[in-house]
Design a protein around this ligand. Structure first.
Ligand SMILES: Nc1ncnc2c1ncn2[C@@H]1O[C@H](COP(=O)(O)OP(=O)(O)O)[C@@H](O)[C@H]1O
Ligand SMILES: CC(=O)OP(=O)(O)O
Ligand SMILES: [Mg+2]
Length: 398
């Protein structure tokens, strides 16, 4: 069975085609700048040469049509016809309280995802565009939705409720939902496998540090708290997102700068975080470079960013009354030796002891970076959200 995994953003669409017989990736790629001038399709087949195509792609339906062309292309393709694709799995960020697990796309499910636009105006509309685009291009193929929020539906009330009038929860479902659940779920299970210990016995803090970033307390295999909130804005400082701030700042700034709701949302989601503090970039590689060159703003951005990761680890160790393992994953967590070092070197009070040589190793494999004596295991585990989506899709359409 072959499964196409789609992760649609507002102006981008990432894809991977899996052969589920051996869970191998036949091809993957990305369409960027959808709706802007000169969109770019980058197609990477596993055993063939890469292909890049610049053209005008105005919306997601055309983007998927281009992807299907690339997948069936004579020179760069990996399948002979679209009919070889048996199912499509979509990443959807917000599943609210309705979706506690992945689901087959039905009219009912789409209605529910649309209803959640209200709670996730920045995230669910692009997912819906991806679903619709796939339906238009592949009308007879079953589609599955896999939610970032699903894994966190196990959080207790004390962790997901906000201390604001309860009517806001009963009327609008204002509460913490979290995100990156497929990743936190996957790496916590992989950590237990790596440690060869039962997941049920473990207290794990999973740090998904990518462009978007969140930390989860995973106790006995379930999420008991997570740093992202009703939307993926709360918690850690991120590439372009502010993370935690005093909520009073929002009306204050709106008032002073005469900002609309959309403008303030855009400020906090797209013009804050590493980008705002460094004035250089939202990309951790460029922040690190800036810091090494002596740029004070990059240094401040890096210090603020890592300080928050450390504070969340400390608070989740308190939330679970202990921690057996800390896991780093996603673009920054997997690749940035300096970030992990900075975060971990002042967690000695927890008994964390890092092995500098192990931390410096670059590898795509799960690995330990703590010393033999460390009271807490510290692991780097490459995440694979697409594989989880492919597996769930496979399970649901069989
Ligand atoms: N070698 C590296 N060192 C530091 N940061 C890195 C490195 N490689 C990638 N990154 C960071 O990873 C981020 C992307 O992470 P990723 O998990 O792919 O994000 P997303 O899925 O949210 O787009 C980039 O913004 C970049 O800053
Ligand atoms: C929910 C979220 O933050 O996603 P991403 O990391 O892909 O931006
Ligand atoms: Mg991501």
């Amino acid at each position: 069975m072959k499964i196409l995994v789609i992760n649609a953003g507002s102006s981008s669409l990432k894809y991977q085609l899996y052969n589920m017989t051996d869970e191998s990736v036949l091809a993957k790629g990305l369409v960027e700048r959808i709706g802007m001038d000169s969109s770019i399709l980058t197609h990477k087949p596993t055993n063939k040469s890469e292909m890049t195509e610049v053209s005008e792609i105005l919306e997601h339906t055309t983007a998927i049509r281009k992807v299907l062309h690339a997948l069936t292309d004579k020179e760069h393709g990996v399948i002979d016809s679209i009919d070889e694709i048996d199912a499509v799995g979509h990443r959807v960020v917000h599943g609210g309280e309705s979706f506690k697990e992945s689901a087959v796309v039905t009219e009912e499910a789409k209605k529910e995802i649309r209803r959640l636009f209200d709670l996730a105006p920045l995230h669910n509309p692009p997912s819906m565009m991806g679903i619709k685009a796939a339906e238009v291009n592949m009308p007879s193929i079953p589609q599955v939705v896999v939610f970032d929020t699903a894994f966190h539906q196990t959080m207790p009330e004390k962790a997901y409720m906000y201390a604001i009038p309860r009517v806001l929860y009963s009327k609008y479902k204002v509460r913490r939902y979290g995100a990156h659940g497929t990743s936190h779920d996957y790496v916590s299970k992989e950590a237990a496998k790596f440690l060869d210990r039962p997941l049920e016995d473990l207290k794990i803090i999973t740090c998904h540090i990518g462009n978007g970033a969140s930390i989860t307390a995973v106790q006995g295999g379930v999420s008991v708290d997570t740093s992202m909130g009703m939307t993926p804005l709360e918690g850690l400082m991120m590439g372009t997102r502010s993370g935690d701030l005093d909520p009073a700042i929002v009306p204050f700034v709106m008032n002073k700068e005469e900002l609309t709701v959309n403008e303030v949302n855009s400020m906090l989601n797209k013009h804050s975080g590493l980008l705002a503090i460094s004035g250089v970039s939202s990309d951790m590689r460029e922040i690190t470079e800036g810091m090494e060159k002596g740029d004070a703003n990059s240094k401040l951005a890096f210090d603020m960013y890592t300080y928050r990761v450390r504070k969340y680890i400390g608070s989740y160790a308190a939330a679970m009354n202990g921690v057996d393992a800390i896991v780093f994953t996603a673009g920054v967590g997997e690749n940035s030796t300096v970030l992990r070092e900075q975060v971990l070197k002042e967690l000695t009070f927890l008994g964390v002891e890092i092995d500098e040589a192990l931390n410096a190793i670059r590898s795509g494999e799960p690995r330990r970076i703590s010393t033999e004596q460390s009271k807490v295991e510290v692991l780097v585990i490459p995440t694979n959200e697409e594989l989880v989506i492919a597996r769930d899709t496979f399970r649901l359409v069989q």
